[in-house]
Design a protein around this ligand. Sequence first.
Ligand SMILES: [Zn+2]
Length: 80
Amino acid sequence: MILYSLRCSHDHQFDEWFSNSAEYDTRHAAGSLVCPQCGDTVVTKAIMAPNVGKARSAPQPSPACGTPMGCGGCAFAGQH
Ligand SMILES: [Zn+2]
């Protein structure tokens, strides 16, 4: 499964799952991609979402480093 971020001509952005990129092409060509907010069928691919697979496991951003000395002493040294 691929999650695409789509955008209609009114700049509404929404996500849609496809089993592969060919399914996107098919549905786009058939005009069956509809904006859930305004019903617009002029939908284009926005940036591709990095999430692939069933789990929506976006990587957690590193928490802001709270140590006044910088990142050297915190648990996230080298990650931010
Ligand atoms: Zn729309």
